[in-house]
Design a protein around this ligand. Structure first.
Ligand SMILES: Cc1cc2nc3c(=O)[nH]c(=O)nc-3n(C[C@H](O)[C@H](O)[C@H](O)COP(=O)(O)OP(=O)(O)OC[C@H]3O[C@@H](n4cnc5c(N)ncnc54)[C@H](O)[C@@H]3O)c2cc1C
Length: 499
């Protein structure tokens, strides 16, 4: 069986590389070295980062068929691994990349946008032949007055044009200068502890760089999209999201610049794109994992629904693998099937998610809602904060709301708020029941203090220990491109010497 560097040695190697990467942003010649690294990764692996050389006939089990699980399975397949099994709890594929077809049109209930910064996702889309179209203009609505505005007009009502223009240029320059520290050059956050530039909250980072005039603008993609208040979200997360390209794409979207090309959506939905990718790897759906033990080998006990002549019954199966990849949210309650070690308990016990509800309706009378409409001023938890009407000719709309299970801001309260909101928009009572309601465990992350204290270097050092690997939103940031890039990096670094 294969050998790989122990956690401590791997951590040391990574620490050294990270320190080099951090130092590299201090002068431009070193920056070139970081960019050069990125090229190497893209071409097929950075041997210096390689902790393994796992045989191509190793049996690998991946738990979760969301973006992370499917991308990892796909990159393993590209790297020549042929005995990879994905186990998915739900009957559906794609996890938070979920699409629903209504009257022949595809609607996204989870992930929806692709920007020009998305290279891995676009590669996958090209491979499976998933077409895209440019998203229509976004707007904001003031629910109290019913006034609709362009996003730019809304931002300019709070910030002067000069401040917005000057600070946007400065943001682009500063973000470009630190590009070597952030995904895709270095997916994940294992190096953050050693990079003062990335420490603290995003609000602190903006203040440090005298960019706080942009705070209200950043609240739209960050706070309203469920990632939390700028004071709570770690700078490393927000800056990973706000790459120069994404910033420009979203800026042009906000200003509705004519002939802009981004952001885009998949014509048949994000979910369908991943369903097509899933057809190329080996996935079992509807699997209830009961127990995974890791003692030399990975032994998985699970139940599967089996159709028999008279009835469907669940049958128990056991399978043995050489390696385990956890591509499901790494929350203790999700991993209850696993013999968690103390280190894992300590780290995963710190992970939090933001409950994020997406509720859909057929809502005649709401024609003035734009493709995507942000509700402002910033609504309280449980109130609608984004409404999407993907196709102007269809009354199918979805409403995003941030929940709070601890304070009982759950489905019932959210649906009551939605009814009131729809009534206000349509100027008539709205009593239609929701068609569909998802309560996503959104944005698995840790608080700023944990990021600064080295949560991620400990987590990265654990990769491969006990034949176990981790990927997904917690490791990479809750965006499909970051997750795909991380899965690619995981395969390159820990499994394949070269693809
Ligand atoms: C409303 C919304 C809008 C979004 N918009 C965008 C966007 O515009 N652009 C973008 O890039 N991203 C967007 N995202 C984020 C994106 O959807 C997620 O980052 C990504 O889909 C997460 O993928 P994942 O594989 O890490 O996790 P998940 O999608 O959560 O997948 C985890 C999988 O593991 C399975 N699982 C869990 N427990 C078990 C178990 N015990 N056994 C087996 N399987 C299990 C789950 O069923 C699931 O299929 C959005 C998300 C939401 C909710």
């Amino acid at each position: 069986m294969c050998t790989h560097l122990g956690g401590a040695a791997a951590a040391q190697a990574r620490q050294a590389q990270c320190t080099a990467a951090c130092a590299s942003v201090r002068n431009s010649s070193d920056q070139l070295r970081v960019v050069g690294r990125k090229e190497k990764l893209k071409k097929g692996g950075d041997p210096s980062m390689n902790t393994a050389g796992i045989p191509r006939d190793a049996r690998i089990v991946i738990v979760g068929a969301g973006a992370a699980g499917l991308c990892t399975a796909w990159y393993l397949k590209l790297a020549g691994f042929r005995r990879v099994q994905v186990l998915e709890r739900s009957p559906r594929l794609g996890g938070k990349c979920r699409s629903l077809t209504v009257d022949g049109q595809s609607f996204d209930l989870g992930a929806n946008y692709i920007t020009s910064a998305y290279t891995r996702v676009r590669e996958l889309a090209a491979h499976v032949g998933a077409g895209m179209y440019t998203e229509k203009a976004g707007h904001t609505i003031n629910v109290k007055t019913g006034e609709m505005r362009s996003i730019l007009a809304e931002v300019l009502s709070r910030t002067s044009f000069f401040t917005l223009a000057w600070q946007s240029l400065r943001f682009l320059f500063i973000r470009w200068r630190i590009r070597g520290l952030l995904s895709p050059a270095r997916p994940g956050f294992g190096h953050v502890r050693d990079c003062p530039e990335l420490k603290g909250s995003f609000a602190d980072w903006l203040r440090r760089h005298r960019l706080d005039g942009l705070s209200e603008m950043f609240e739209i993609p960050l706070t309203l999209m469920g990632y939390g208040d700028l004071d709570d979200i770690a700078a490393a997360y927000a800056l990973t999201y706000m790459s120069p390209k994404t910033f420009l794409n979203l800026g042009m979207f906000a200003a509705n610049v004519p002939l802009r090309r981004w952001p885009k959506r998949f014509t048949q939905g994000y979910g369908r794109m991943f369903e097509r990718l899933a057809a190329e790897v080996d996935v079992l759906t509807g699997v209830k994992i009961e127990k995974i033990t890791r003692d030399g080998q990975i032994r998985v006990e699970y139940r599967l629904l089996e159709q028999q002549l008279e009835q469907d019954i669940t049958v128990r199966e056991t399978a043995t693998f050489d390696y385990l990849v956890l591509a499901c949210p790494q929350l203790p309650e999700v991993l209850e099937f696993l013999d968690l070690r103390e280190k894992e308990k300590k780290l995963f016990g710190q992970v939090v998610v933001n409950p994020f509800f997406v509720t859909t309706y057929m809502a005649p009378g709401t024609e003035r809602v734009a493709a995507v409409t942000f509700s402002l001023p910033e609504p309280a938890l449980g109130e609608p904060h984004v409404v999407t009407r993907q196709y102007p000719e269809s009354n199918f709309i979805s409403i995003y709301s941030r929940g709070d299970h601890a304070n009982k801001i759950c489905r019932e309260k959210i649906e009551a708020n939605n009814r009131r909101f729809l009534g206000e928009i349509a100027a008539q009572e709205h009593d239609a029941a929701p068609l569909n309601s998802d309560d996503w465990a959104y944005f698995p992350h840790v608080p700023c203090a944990a990021v600064d204290a080295g949560f991620y270097s400990e987590l990265e050092a654990m990769q491969g220990e006990n034949r176990t690997f981790y990927c997904g939103g917690l490791l990479a940031f809750e965006l499909v491109e970051c997750i795909a890039e991380y899965s690619h990096h995981l395969v390159q670094t820990h499994f394949a010497a070269r693809t």
